[in-house]
Design a protein around this ligand. Sequence first.
Ligand code: SF4
Ligand code: SF4
Ligand code: SF4
Length: 159
Amino acid sequence: MHPRRALLRRLAGAETPRLPPWTADDFSDRCTRCGDCVRTCPEQVLRLGDGGFPQLDLTHAGCSLCGACADSCDAGLFDRAQPAFPWRARIGERCLALAGIHCRACEDSCEARAIRFRPQLGGPPLPQLDSLACTGCGACLAPCPSQAIQLSEEMTADA
Ligand code: SF4
Ligand code: SF4
Ligand code: SF4
């Protein structure tokens, strides 16, 4: 998205759309809106959004980092030498396990094994998120019954 449009969206309180993996901030300046990456995504986590530009939608699934979108882009906008995403997952206060309710729904969704559960005396195991191992794929978001997991770019500063 153009920086000015992103600023206007932020001022209007709208959430900035997430870019496809391995793309840079100037993506919408160079994207031809052909939609090839959207059609090729096996997880259906890419869709045509604002202005007809592809954007990432992690509402129902995560990105498997398969690379099909990058391979399909004739404009060469995907740089797989870079990290796929600028954000990492963070488990917030709404986590059921932190409230004493047994829940490990996020654990199996994480192929990177970045979410581990630590036993504790007198309560359910607690999740611990390894932000160095996290790829930012977003696969843990949809399975969480309390929407406790967010993706934050602040976390990448620690990585
Ligand atoms: S890497 Fe694969 S799953 Fe992820 S957005 Fe691209 S095509 Fe979809
Ligand atoms: S799925 Fe959500 S509520 Fe359950 S342990 Fe993981 S972060 Fe907590
Ligand atoms: S976003 Fe991070 S913690 Fe969540 S499933 Fe992907 S790698 Fe695992």
